[in-house]
Design a binder for this molecule. Structure first.
Ligand code: PMP
Length: 404
């Protein structure tokens, strides 16, 4: 049972008025709103449990540690990893990728080596690799894309050489909504003995992901995009790989013994978690994952797919509508432009109607260059959006278009 009215009641912000109109929140690709259970878990922990984790013998410290480590198990189960040793808590997708770029770069990248990324990557899956390439004298190779927003898989196969060391690819494009054929991308890379990082920032909130089924070597996602708090995210890595990588940051928690002569590092996953973690956020993230699991990821997927289909159908009837990204497998993200209306004008005027969409390059400037545009307007759906909100968006776009 997917009772949308009941679900919406879990998110207090959705009943806010913006400029005296009901909020229509369609910026879920940037961040999602939080259900009561997530916020209440944070308040409860700060009021009743708070103490630093892992270090204390006292009651509160042990209780906070138990909550933090139980959250790691919740994440493990949610993505079906083999072991909690494979779940590293980070600040988000961006930090997860920076961690990997640093550690993998230190261990495995030498001058002349190559890293494959795709045309549609978010800056956070480009720039850390560029920085690592600069440090190591390595090169980026880029998977090209067709005009409809699908990757050119034949070209991908031709990018491999003896010096390819890693493939990094988004599961779902935050601009085009393309669901990339990551299973094929991973299989092909493994045929060349090359490991793969999947950026799951835009997939985890929308459909079930399974590490053992995907068989990717690394996977990153953010808590705040899946109805959890800001400031926490995850890097999944196969244990064999994580064992071979050096730590990212040094400090407390990540050590076994320290002397001025030599320091030995802690075991997984702590080797990669220097300093006090945001243990309140990890606990709240687990509550968010419990929340979406109770609704059912398959139900969320079906609901959002139906919304996307309905929105595409209704929006395609608007004069001058141009969709950016029409792949055959598309997730709940719709980028568009209307006639010659600048994306910023469209976004600003929709905002006046209480409709929150995102405008601009969406942290994907190379993709914008490939498409020959400066930016788009982007509506992205979450589990609580409704067809009435799609209708409000369509009416809003039509109203703005009439003004031009
Ligand atoms: N990758 C993709 C595909 C994204 O959409 C985003 C966020 N827009 C990120 C990475 C970065 O996530 P965060 O800002 O939470 O680190």
């Amino acid at each position: 049972m997917y009772d949308i009215n009941k679900i919406r009641e879990d998110f207090p912000i959705l009943s806010r008025k913006i400029y005296n109109r009901p909020l229509v929140y369609l910026d879920n690709g940037a961040t999602t709103q939080k259900p009561r259970c997530v916020v209440e878990a944070m308040v409860d922990e700060y009021y009743n449990v708070n103490a630093n984790v892992h270090r204390g013998v006292h009651f509160l410290s042990q209780q906070a540690t138990d909550l933090h480590e139980a959250s790691r198990e919740t994440v493990r189960a949610f993505i079906n990893a083999r072991s909690t040793n494979e779940i590293l808590f980070t600040r988000g997708t961006t930090e997860s990728i920076n961690l990997l770029a640093f550690s993998f770069g230190e261990a495995f990248i030498h001058e002349g080596d190559e890293i494959i990324v795709s045309t549609m990557e978010h800056h956070s899956n480009i720039v850390p690799w560029q920085m690592m390439c600069e440090r190591k004298g390595a090169k980026l190779r880029v998977i090209p894309m067709f005009d409809n927003g699908e990757l050119d898989m034949d070209a991908y196969k031709r990018l491999f050489s003896k010096t390819t060391r890693l493939v990094c690819c988004a599961h779902v494009s935050n601009v085009l909504g393309t669901v990339n054929p990551v299973k094929d991308i991973i299989t092909i890379a493994h045929e060349h003995n090359v490991p793969v990082l999947i950026d799951g920032a835009q997939s985890t909130p929308h459909f079930k992901v399974d590490m053992q089924e995907l068989d990717c070597d690394f996977f990153a996602f953010s808590g705040h995009k899946i109805y959890g708090p800001t400031g926490v995210g995850v890097l999944y890595g196969k244990e064999d790989w994580l064992d071979k990588l050096p730590p990212y940051q040094g400090g407390g928690e990540m050590i076994k013994n320290v002397s001025f002569e030599k320091t030995t590092y802690n075991e997984l996953p702590y080797k990669f978690e220097a300093g006090t973690p945001d243990y309140v956020a990890t606990h709240a993230l687990a509550k968010a994952l419990d929340y979406v699991s109770a609704l059912g990821m398959d139900n969320i997927y079906a609901h959002e797919q139906e919304l996307t289909r309905y929105a595409m159908e209704r929006m395609s009837q608007i004069d001058g509508m141009r969709f950016i990204g029409t792949p055959s497998h598309k997730d709940a993200v719709i980028s568009f432009l209307v006639g010659n209306i600048h994306h910023l004008d469209m976004g600003t005027l929709l905002d006046r109607l209480g409709i929150a969409v995102r405008t601009g390059h969406h942290c994907a400037e190379p993709l914008m260059r490939r498409l020959g545009i400066e930016g788009t307007v982007r509506a992205s759906f979450g589990l609580y959006n409704t067809k009435e909100e799609v209708d409000a968006l369509v009416a809003g776009i039509e109203r703005v278009a009439k003004m031009f």
